[in-house]
Design a protein around this ligand. Structure first.
Ligand code: DSN
Length: 415
């Protein structure tokens, strides 16, 4: 893969693009929200559809010349319906956050009340953080995970729903390693006569493959992003029943967005088509098996995992007991120096800060896309342990960097 046509007109940008290809090839991408999409998805996203304006929806556009945009968007919608079993799908949100915005705009008024998981316990900015539009437009109450188990305390969600009387209860998380019991959140929403939005941004692929239970048919709205575990073009998606179809569509356009990013929708269509193939189920199963393998091995090395393990694509490591003098930021920096790229993350009951928290979040979707299996993941866990045990030992870091090189060479990317 190279960017020769870019280079011919803009060597500076081409340098950065080529360097990014090298960076992705030569490092282990373990940011739980990232993936390596196929070259077909990349190609579709880089297509001529970037030139097209197509405000509206298939067969109801505000511009001429939309027949090919219609074809691509219809394919994306039909494939999404098949993948997730939803009655109505909107594939236009530019991101997962904008998908959430559309749902709020569809059924809430400014000042209405949202009940959601606290960001430091694994929630998301767009679920009502004060710095985000959701925290500014709505009155927000937050639940937390149980301090002992690290799991959602569904009784607490129910109690808060009864006390706070929200208009919407939000489930679905960005740093929660355990299976979500959607019906329990639905029961809490029912207790308050509230809407339920399940944001499956991180686990879209796991839900599509049936390796995580689906909230479709339980929650009123299911939102997600399309480039994480599902490995499709970058952006967001909203799924709902026919009852809310028009409200959601109007909230996406013209409510929250203008012209859809048709090139990204082409990438979504291609990625969804790939996810409908039987190999995708194997991929999703391997993502979860790999997360379990790395979690188990890290525990053997003495690391503490929030909730004691994982059912999903990520593990959340709490460094406080095993490495009281190493912050998440220290670990992130030392690991990046050897070519293991992940992010420092807050943990439940955080005692440091959001900028330099006590944990690291480790995800397996991208390495699984490169063909890593459980044995390779155990090797990665051993390397992570060596680095975090020796964050200032340059000799150890150099040895680990050489082992990372061997692993990336053995699992080529974008050949
Ligand atoms: N940035 C994503 C994540 O890392 O979880 C969510 O938007």
């Amino acid at each position: 893969m190279d960017y020769q046509t870019v280079r011919a007109v803009d060597p500076d940008v081409a340098d950065a693009l080529d360097a990014e290809v090298d960076r992705q090839r030569e490092t282990l991408s373990m940011i739980a929200s990232e993936n390596h999409v196929s070259e077909a998805v990349l190609n579709a996203q880089g297509s001529v559809l970037t030139n097209k304006y197509a405000e509206g929806y298939p067969d109801k556009r505000y511009y001429a010349g939309c027949e090919n945009a219609d074809a691509v968007e219809e394919l994306a919608i039909e494939r999404a319906k098949e993948l997730w079993g939803a009655e109505h799908v909107n594939v236009q949100p530019h991101s997962g956050s904008q998908a959430n915005m559309a749902v709020y705009f569809a059924v809430l008024q400014p000042g209405d009340k949202i009940l959601s998981l606290d960001l430091t316990h694994g929630g998301h900015l767009s679920h009502g953080h004060p710095a985000n539009f959701a925290g500014k437009f709505y009155e927000v109450e937050q639940y937390e995970v149980d301090a002992e188990t690290g799991r959602i305390d569904y009784d607490e969600v129910q109690e808060l729903a009864e006390q706070f009387d929200p208009d919407m209860v939000v489930s679905g998380y960005s740093a929660y390693p355990r299976e979500v019991e959607w019906d329990q959140i639905q029961a809490a929403a029912d207790a308050a006569d509230a809407y339920h939005m399940a944001d499956i941004a991180h686990i879209t692929g796991l839900v599509a493959a049936g390796v995580h239970p689906s909230p479709v048919g339980i929650a009123d709205f299911v939102t997600g992003s399309t480039h994480k575990t599902i490995r499709a073009g970058r952006g967001g998606i909203v799924m709902t029943d026919e009852e809310f179809a028009d409200d959601v569509d109007s909230a996406v356009f013209p409510g929250a967005q203008g012209g859809p990013l048709m090139h990204n929708i082409a990438g979504k269509a291609v990625g969804f088509g790939e996810a409908l193939q039987p190999e995708f189920t194997e991929y999703a199963e391997q993502v979860v098996a790999n997360a379990k393998a790395i979690g188990d091995r890290l525990q053997e090395h003495g690391f503490g995992l929030v909730s004691g393990g994982t059912d999903t694509h990520l593990v959340l490591v709490d460094l406080r007991e095993s490495h009281p003098d190493v912050s998440g930021g220290d670990a992130e920096a030392a690991l990046e120096a050897v070519g293991i790229v992940l992010n420092a993350n807050t943990v439940p009951g955080e005692t440091r800060s959001a900028f330099d928290p006590s944990g690291i979040r480790i995800g397996t979707p991208a390495l699984t896309a490169r063909g890593f299996d459980e044995e390779a993941m155990e090797t990665v866990a051993d390397l992570i342990a060596r680095v975090v045990d020796n964050v200032e030992d340059e000799a150890v870091l150099a040895e680990v960097a050489a082992e990372v090189d061997s692993l990336t060479d053995a699992h080529p990317l974008y050949e």
